[in-house]
Write a protein that binds this ligand. Structure first.
Ligand code: ADP
Ligand code: MG
Length: 139
Protein backbone atom coordinates (compact mmCIF):
# COMPACT_ATOMS: atom_id res chain seq x y z
CA UNK A 1 0.00 0.00 0.00
CA UNK A 2 1.30 3.44 -0.87
CA UNK A 3 1.98 5.25 2.37
CA UNK A 4 3.25 8.60 3.57
CA UNK A 5 5.73 9.32 6.34
CA UNK A 6 7.14 12.46 7.91
CA UNK A 7 10.86 13.08 7.53
CA UNK A 8 12.91 15.83 9.15
CA UNK A 9 16.43 16.70 8.04
CA UNK A 10 17.63 17.98 11.39
CA UNK A 11 19.79 21.03 12.24
CA UNK A 12 23.08 19.11 12.04
CA UNK A 13 22.20 18.31 8.40
CA UNK A 14 21.27 21.86 7.38
CA UNK A 15 24.34 23.12 9.27
CA UNK A 16 26.67 20.90 7.22
CA UNK A 17 24.84 21.70 3.96
CA UNK A 18 24.14 18.03 3.23
CA UNK A 19 20.36 18.15 2.70
CA UNK A 20 20.80 17.57 -1.03
CA UNK A 21 22.98 14.52 -0.46
CA UNK A 22 20.43 13.07 1.95
CA UNK A 23 17.60 13.79 -0.50
CA UNK A 24 19.58 11.94 -3.19
CA UNK A 25 19.65 8.85 -0.96
CA UNK A 26 15.93 9.23 -0.24
CA UNK A 27 15.03 9.47 -3.94
CA UNK A 28 17.43 6.71 -4.96
CA UNK A 29 15.63 4.44 -2.47
CA UNK A 30 12.36 5.03 -4.32
CA UNK A 31 10.65 7.65 -2.14
CA UNK A 32 8.90 10.62 -3.72
CA UNK A 33 9.28 13.89 -1.80
CA UNK A 34 5.66 15.06 -2.10
CA UNK A 35 6.04 18.05 0.27
CA UNK A 36 9.07 19.87 1.59
CA UNK A 37 9.92 23.11 3.36
CA UNK A 38 12.84 24.60 5.25
CA UNK A 39 11.70 26.01 8.59
CA UNK A 40 13.05 27.07 11.96
CA UNK A 41 11.18 24.84 14.40
CA UNK A 42 10.39 26.83 17.55
CA UNK A 43 11.17 25.50 21.02
CA UNK A 44 7.43 25.22 21.72
CA UNK A 45 6.89 23.23 18.52
CA UNK A 46 9.82 20.93 19.35
CA UNK A 47 8.44 20.29 22.84
CA UNK A 48 5.06 19.40 21.39
CA UNK A 49 6.48 17.29 18.56
CA UNK A 50 8.64 15.24 20.95
CA UNK A 51 6.06 15.14 23.78
CA UNK A 52 6.24 11.32 23.92
CA UNK A 53 9.81 11.70 25.18
CA UNK A 54 9.06 14.33 27.84
CA UNK A 55 10.03 12.06 30.75
CA UNK A 56 13.36 11.07 29.18
CA UNK A 57 16.56 12.68 30.49
CA UNK A 58 17.53 13.92 27.03
CA UNK A 59 14.19 15.68 26.31
CA UNK A 60 15.43 19.21 27.11
CA UNK A 61 18.59 18.90 25.02
CA UNK A 62 16.66 17.23 22.20
CA UNK A 63 14.13 20.07 21.97
CA UNK A 64 16.85 22.72 22.23
CA UNK A 65 18.79 21.04 19.43
CA UNK A 66 15.80 20.70 17.10
CA UNK A 67 15.06 24.42 17.46
CA UNK A 68 18.71 25.55 17.28
CA UNK A 69 18.94 25.98 13.48
CA UNK A 70 16.77 25.36 10.39
CA UNK A 71 15.33 21.95 9.59
CA UNK A 72 13.89 20.61 6.35
CA UNK A 73 10.53 18.96 6.96
CA UNK A 74 9.23 16.61 4.28
CA UNK A 75 6.47 14.20 3.41
CA UNK A 76 7.79 11.06 1.72
CA UNK A 77 5.58 8.74 -0.31
CA UNK A 78 6.25 5.11 -1.26
CA UNK A 79 4.92 1.61 -0.76
CA UNK A 80 5.50 0.78 2.92
CA UNK A 81 7.03 4.24 3.43
CA UNK A 82 7.01 4.25 7.23
CA UNK A 83 9.03 1.08 7.79
CA UNK A 84 11.16 1.49 4.67
CA UNK A 85 12.24 4.99 5.72
CA UNK A 86 13.15 3.71 9.21
CA UNK A 87 15.33 1.12 7.46
CA UNK A 88 16.93 3.71 5.19
CA UNK A 89 17.64 5.99 8.19
CA UNK A 90 19.38 3.32 10.26
CA UNK A 91 19.38 2.95 14.04
CA UNK A 92 18.95 5.93 16.38
CA UNK A 93 22.54 5.55 17.54
CA UNK A 94 24.74 5.79 14.43
CA UNK A 95 27.38 3.65 16.13
CA UNK A 96 25.18 0.64 15.41
CA UNK A 97 23.75 1.79 12.06
CA UNK A 98 24.15 -0.48 9.04
CA UNK A 99 26.22 0.35 5.97
CA UNK A 100 24.16 2.13 3.33
CA UNK A 101 21.93 3.94 5.82
CA UNK A 102 21.63 7.72 6.14
CA UNK A 103 22.72 7.72 9.77
CA UNK A 104 25.72 5.48 9.10
CA UNK A 105 26.87 7.86 6.39
CA UNK A 106 26.02 11.22 7.94
CA UNK A 107 25.05 11.12 11.64
CA UNK A 108 27.55 12.59 14.09
CA UNK A 109 26.20 11.10 17.32
CA UNK A 110 23.00 9.76 18.92
CA UNK A 111 21.68 13.29 19.39
CA UNK A 112 23.00 14.80 16.15
CA UNK A 113 21.70 11.95 14.02
CA UNK A 114 20.65 13.98 10.94
CA UNK A 115 17.15 12.63 10.31
CA UNK A 116 13.78 11.91 11.87
CA UNK A 117 11.23 9.46 10.49
CA UNK A 118 7.79 8.53 11.83
CA UNK A 119 7.74 5.19 13.68
CA UNK A 120 4.18 4.03 12.83
CA UNK A 121 1.46 4.89 10.27
CA UNK A 122 -0.78 6.48 12.96
CA UNK A 123 2.09 8.68 14.10
CA UNK A 124 2.99 9.54 10.51
CA UNK A 125 -0.52 10.95 9.99
CA UNK A 126 -0.28 13.00 13.19
CA UNK A 127 3.25 14.25 12.41
CA UNK A 128 2.41 15.18 8.81
CA UNK A 129 -0.58 17.20 10.04
CA UNK A 130 1.68 18.89 12.60
CA UNK A 131 3.77 20.55 9.86
CA UNK A 132 1.71 20.50 6.66
CA UNK A 133 -1.75 21.41 5.46
CA UNK A 134 -3.38 19.19 2.82
CA UNK A 135 -2.80 21.79 0.08
CA UNK A 136 0.95 21.76 0.68
CA UNK A 137 1.20 18.06 -0.19
CA UNK A 138 1.29 17.37 -3.90
CA UNK A 139 1.60 13.69 -4.69
P1 ADP B 1 14.35 7.89 16.48
O1 ADP B 1 14.70 9.29 16.02
O2 ADP B 1 15.28 6.86 15.90
O3 ADP B 1 12.90 7.55 16.27
P2 ADP B 1 13.70 8.16 19.30
O4 ADP B 1 12.30 8.47 18.87
O5 ADP B 1 13.90 7.10 20.33
O6 ADP B 1 14.63 7.82 18.06
O7 ADP B 1 14.36 9.47 19.91
C1 ADP B 1 14.13 10.73 19.29
C2 ADP B 1 15.46 11.45 19.17
O8 ADP B 1 15.94 11.71 20.49
C3 ADP B 1 16.58 10.64 18.50
O9 ADP B 1 16.57 10.72 17.10
C4 ADP B 1 17.80 11.30 19.08
O10 ADP B 1 18.08 12.51 18.37
C5 ADP B 1 17.36 11.64 20.48
N1 ADP B 1 17.77 10.59 21.41
C6 ADP B 1 17.23 9.36 21.56
N2 ADP B 1 17.87 8.65 22.51
C7 ADP B 1 18.83 9.46 23.00
C8 ADP B 1 19.82 9.32 24.00
N3 ADP B 1 19.95 8.20 24.71
N4 ADP B 1 20.65 10.38 24.22
C9 ADP B 1 20.51 11.52 23.51
N5 ADP B 1 19.59 11.72 22.54
C10 ADP B 1 18.77 10.70 22.28
MG1 MG C 1 11.21 8.32 17.13
Amino acid sequence: MVQRTLSILKPDATDRNITGEINSMIEAAGFRIVAQKRILITLDQARKFYEVHKERPFYGDLCAFLSSAPSVVQVLEKENAVDDYRTLMGTTNPASAEEGTIRKKFALSIDKNSVHGSDAPENAAIEIRFFFSETEIVG
